[in-house]
Design a protein around this ligand. Structure first.
Ligand code: IVH
Length: 633
């Protein structure tokens, strides 16, 4: 009523504007500010690894950060906001030009007519997907059936149909929803990383996927792709897989595009093909942390292009929930997993005498790899092997110990580690240091030269900084960052071992759970023995004074300062510059805040630079940084 009396007060984001105007004759064509590309896709984990290899090769780097998010099975949409106001919504069309469906998009309540931020960018394209909830789809089809109208095949199909309607008042009655995952063209805002884009969208009031992850490398990507497949049901829309994107936007141009898709991203699609087969037996695998995972041994069956003979059963709870028994006929499905999962039991095909599965009884109470005792972790519904020297765990522990972010011992690859453990040459971490080149030379794929190199690398590792050893020991919950903080607070392993829980909690970033884990780790007799053996092997267990930040030259301008690095630097990797900063006694930080003293900005610095400017933080380019650092010696 007010708007009728005062038409001058009608704003573009007024709720009355959601369902506006008369039916259209046809949709106008509009050009996207930036083309909407397609995605390359694969159903195959090996191809996903190939993708990562290609990325790392082009970027000439050992590790790449990724973001993994759902591949939403909807209809893609490109929104355009100017000064925070929704001015246009377009379908993807041929990727360059689409239909202007602004009136239809405005009827979707999930799409804000105005961005919820104080100083919105001048212009921004926001990309996502319109979908219909499975529940909404069911109701819509019910109504249509009653009305004698034709039925939609699936939610995606009904979404596409709804968006094509020329009368927005009918679209408004369709249960449409939307979710957004990308930024197209942007003016007045810049981002360094894809995860910052998602965070921005969320802050701007747009719905973003409830599940998405930043991943450190391809192994974590694969882990999260499987987690997403398992949690698929938690999402209100159908997904057909995961999208993996290189996080660092400054690399996207370098990566380039293929004919129709960018090389910075790939879709890993979940196949939902199913097959029926029989469970011959249930075996138990010992995982990376000692977790016991039951696996169904199947009557081989063809599924999705390959013959399947095993399916994961996740854990005992899952077996109970689905009441899976040896001898059962089951339906299996791949759905993104490396090995397929059992969807359900075909109850009427259960053989007589099949009894409920009990993991502990089945194993006779012992770890199937080492025969050691097992126990149940009440929180994680899983059984675990308690023996820290269990070969399955030992392999994992050694891999971690020698890794680049721990003791950084080159040449000790997975194949070699497996052989060392399998041939009893390494029964714990300390055994690595009594290996001889002669022993190594006898192993597969090892020549004289590579054997010598490994021995040399082991020798060099004995004097690594303390944080590397702390990290390498594999204390539960203690990652690289925590290890560095611990070494800074306790520059000798002996004083760290002697610290009580309260003292540990006083260390920056160390919480109660970590403090508990650290305390427990050092109070375990076997671990104490291990440390003793490492010491006897000649490992240095304290930091030399010059390695310690407190002893850095206090006159240098970075001493005690908080420094953020952004953009691409020409003569340092991220890890390198952080090491340099630490050696100067500075604290490297991830994001710019009032507490930041310096921002080192490389090529293509984006939002962090802007923020630093706003906050008046001193910004240094690479050259200025070097000069300033040299000033302080
Ligand atoms: S990114 C070039 N992220 O998949 C990057 N697209 O097959 C393409 N899609 O047209 C956009 N979920 O409609 C991206 N998380 C997601 C997505 C996603 C679904 C759709 C999108 C795109 C199509 C390409």
């Amino acid at each position: 009523d007010l708007e009728d009396q005062h038409p001058e007060l009608v704003t573009p984001d007024s709720p009355t504007q959601r369902v506006g105007g008369r039916p259209l004759k046809e949709f106008a064509s509009v050009q996207h500010l930036k083309p909407m590309m397609s995605l390359d896709n694969t159903y195959d984990l090996d191809e996903l690894r190939e993708f990562d290899k290609r990325v790392r090769k082009i970027l000439d780097t050992d590790d790449t950060g990724y973001v993994l998010e759902p591949k939403v099975d909807g209809v893609s949409l490109n929104l355009l906001y100017e000064d925070g106001i929704l001015v246009r919504a377009a379908t993807r069309g041929d990727g360059t030009t689409g239909d202007d469906i602004t009136a239809n998009a405005k009827t979707i309540r999930a799409i804000p007519l105005r961005l919820t931020m104080d100083s919105p960018p001048a212009r921004i394209e926001i990309r996502g997907e319109v979908f219909m909830s499975i529940e909404g789809f069911r109701k819509l089809n019910e109504q249509r059936e009653k009305a004698g109208e034709s039925l939609f095949a699936n939610p995606r199909n009904s979404t596409a149909g709804s968006l094509k309607l020329l009368d927005p008042s009918i679209v408004a009655k369709r249960p449409l929803d939307a979710v957004f995952y990308a930024v197209g063209a942007a003016e007045g805002v810049a981002f360094d990383t894809h995860h910052e884009e998602i965070q921005f969208l969320e802050k701007a009031g747009l719905p973003v996927p409830a599940l998405w992850w930043q991943c450190e490398g391809i192994d974590e990507v694969i882990e999260k792709a499987q987690e997403l497949a398992e949690k698929e049901q938690e999402l209100p829309y159908e997904i057909d897989g995961a999208v993996i994107k290189v996080d660092d936007l400054s690399t996207w141009d370098t990566l380039g595009t293929t004919a129709k898709a960018p090389r910075y991203a790939i879709a890993y699609k979940y196949s939902h093909e199913q097959a029926e087969t029989v469970i011959r037996d249930i075996t138990v695998q010992v995982g990376r942390t000692g977790t016991l995972t039951p696996v169904a041994e199947l009557e081989p069956v063809f599924l999705d292009g390959s013959t399947i003979s095993r399916a994961t059963l996740h854990n005992e709870e899952e077996i109970k929930r689905k009441d899976i028994r040896i001898g059962d006929t089951v339906i299996i499905e791949k759905a993104g997993q490396v090995i397929p999962a059992v969807v359900e039991v075909v109850q009427n095909k259960r053989p007589d005498g099949a009894s409920p599965f009990n993991l502990k009884e089945h194993l006779g109470g012992a770890c199937p790899v080492c025969g050691g005792p097992i126990s149940r972790d009440p929180e994680f519904v899983a059984w675990r092997c308690d023996n820290i020297s269990c070969p399955a765990q030992l392999k994992r522990a050694i891999r971690h110990f020698v890794s680049r972010k721990a003791m950084d011992i080159e040449g000790l690859g997975d194949v070699l580690v497996d052989q060392l453990v399998d041939q009893n040459l390494a029964k714990d971490l300390a055994d690595l240091y009594s290996l001889s080149a002669e022993q190594l030379e006898k192993l597969e794929r090892m020549g004289r030269k590579s054997s010598d190199n490994v021995i040399q690398a082991l020798e060099e590792s004995k004097s690594r900084e303390l944080w590397r050893l702390i990290h390498g020991l594999g204390i539960p919950h203690v990652g690289e960052g925590a290890a560095r903080k611990l070494a800074a607070a306790y520059p000798s392993l002996d004083t760290l071992r002697g610290a009580d829980k309260e003292a540990l909690e006083d260390v920056e970033d160390i919480g109660a759970i970590m403090a508990d884990a650290i305390h427990e780790f050092f109070n375990n007799e076997k671990n104490a023995e291990l440390i003793q053996r490492l010491r006897a092997a000649g490992l240095r267990m304290e930091d030399e004074p010059q390695n310690h930040a407190d002893d850095a030259d206090q006159d240098n301008p970075f001493f005690g300062k908080t420094v953020v690095v952004t953009g691409t630097l020409s003569s340092y990797t991220r890890d390198e510059i952080q090491d340099v900063l630490r050696s100067l006694g500075a604290h490297p930080a991830g994001s710019v805040s009032k507490k930041t003293d310096f921002l080192i900005a490389g090529e293509k610095a984006g939002s962090k630079r802007k923020k630093a400017e706003q906050l008046g933080v001193t910004i240094l380019d690479e050259k200025a940084f070097r000069e300033k650092a040299e000033q302080g010696g």
